[in-house]
Design a binder for this molecule. Structure first.
Ligand code: AMP
Ligand code: GLY
Length: 413
């Protein structure tokens, strides 16, 4: 199987590593990729948002499968362009990717499918926002309707800050605050069958102890020792299947990766968000634990054959990933810093590039993520932080408390 992975982040590096380990994958190209993907896949330059260019590249390399990693190309219809060229593609259509591309659309699908989620108001103008804030009360949750790379959401008890964020957005969703630990559950689907992967937890805030502004994610671990037994099955039954069925009923089936972001509240799991692709940094830990060949799984999802796939195999133990971000992230990151230690096994690249002189330099906000597995969560943490200590990124920031509360058994539901 010849596979093209589209994208240039840590998710794509992790996908490439897992695909390269699948003996059925005979050729692997990553476009445009980063300095990490270049070590496992052939690099090709492409504008990931240009569906025609991606389809042409896939045709040239005689790809049997294209995997579209990030949300922006999916929302732009890149998967449609690849399929129109007669090539199988893992990733939802433009219409189906609206589950991530518009929070208002996702809310309407959830309402139609009876999926438990936060009550929400879609607001236009300051008066409507103010009314919605007062209806739900603090803490206020204000979301930009469109794609915002994980930074479109403000959760605050400061009403003025909530209003200011709403003002900066074009269309705004104000919603009820969901109290409880968050879970990311990835479900692979071919538009009808649903296969859940192991549940993970992401750390969205930049600061220790979940303080400071939201980021794209500062670390993750899996599995979740505190997750109630049966919760994954419950979420597949009450969230994933009804959503996939509703999308099919609308004539816009969702095939690809349905990322279900949940809060485990006192009233049970509630959907915080849907994404239409593998999440980053959770992908790094989920794929580190997956033993089954990834190529076969993604190909089956792309071709409607998921129901015939054997059950997934997972390795015992835990995985932890710690993101190393650039100075000033999540503000405009400082770039062009020379990085050392990024060639250690387990270091996954996000915003990196190999300079002509061979040096690896930073090119984005989230630069690397140090990923390790262990027999226990404590061991995986220790190994991930040992990798971090071996990395030098001038001005780099990382959280030292990734998976710490879980290791200490402090998370309860
Ligand atoms: P989203 O982009 O919708 O995932 O939101 C980003 C982050 O904001 C989530 O991972 C949560 O930490 C937080 N968040 C979003 N919606 C809510 C909510 N209704 N209640 C509490 N926290 C939320
Ligand atoms: N881990 C958050 C995201 O991928 O959106």
């Amino acid at each position: 199987m010849r596979v093209l992975v589209v994208g240039s982040g840590a998710r794509e590096h992790a996908l490439c590593l897992a695909l390269a380990a699948d003996p059925a994958v005979t050729a692997l190209v990553c476009a445009p990729g980063n300095a990490g993907t270049a070590t496992v896949a052939e690099q090709r330059g492409v504008d990931p948002l240009d569906g025609t260019a991606v389809a042409t590249l896939a045709g040239e390399m005689q790809a049997d499968l294209v995997v579209v990693g990030p949300e922006a190309p999916l929302v732009a219809g890149v998967a449609d362009a690849v399929r129109a060229a007669g090539i199988d593609c893992f990733g939802p259509s433009r219409e189906a990717a609206r589950l991530e591309g518009s929070k208002a659309f996702a809310k309407s699908v959830m309402a139609a499918a009876g999926v438990p989620t936060a009550a929400a108001r879609i607001c236009a103008g300051e008066a409507e926002v103010a009314a919605a804030l007062d209806e739900f009360g603090p803490p206020y949750v204000v979301k930009d309707d469109g794609l915002a790379a994980g930074k479109g959401v403000v959760v605050t008890s400061d009403r003025a800050e909530a209003l200011a964020h709403a003002k900066a957005c074009e269309r705004v969703v104000v919603e009820e605050f969901l109290d409880g630990p968050e879970v990311s559950l990835f479900c692979v689907t071919d538009g009808s069958a649903v296969v859940p992967l192991v549940a993970a937890q992401d750390f969205k805030r930049i600061g220790e102890g979940d303080t400071g502004p939201n980021t794209g994610g500062m670390g993750a671990y899996a599995p979740l020792p505190w997750l109630p037994a049966g919760l994954t099955d419950d979420v597949v039954r009450t969230v994933a299947r009804p959503t996939v069925e509703e999308m099919a009923r609308r004539g816009t089936p969702f095939a690809g990766l349905l990322y279900i972001g949940l809060a485990i509240t006192a009233h049970g799991p509630r959907v915080v968000e849907f994404n239409a692709r593998f999440g980053d940094p959770e992908t790094q830990v989920v794929l580190a634990l997956l033993e089954s060949p990834l190529g076969a799984l993604l190909h089956a999802a792309a071709t409607g054959g998921l129901a015939e796939q054997p059950p997934l195999q997972w390795r015992d133990g835990s995985a932890v990933t710690v993101v190393v971000a650039a100075a000033n992230y999540p503000g405009p990151p400082r770039m062009g810093d020379v990085i050392t230690g990024s060639d250690q096994p387990g270091v996954i690249h996000a915003g990196t590039r190999r300079r002509e002189d061979g040096a690896i330099v930073s090119t984005g906000g989230r630069v690397l993520s140090a990923t390790a597995v262990g027999h226990t969560l404590a061991q995986a943490r220790e190994r991930a932080y040992a990798l971090v200590r071996g990395i030098d990124l001038p001005g780099g920031q990382f959280r030292s408390d990734i998976a710490l509360r879980a290791e200490r058994g402090e998370i309860t539901v």
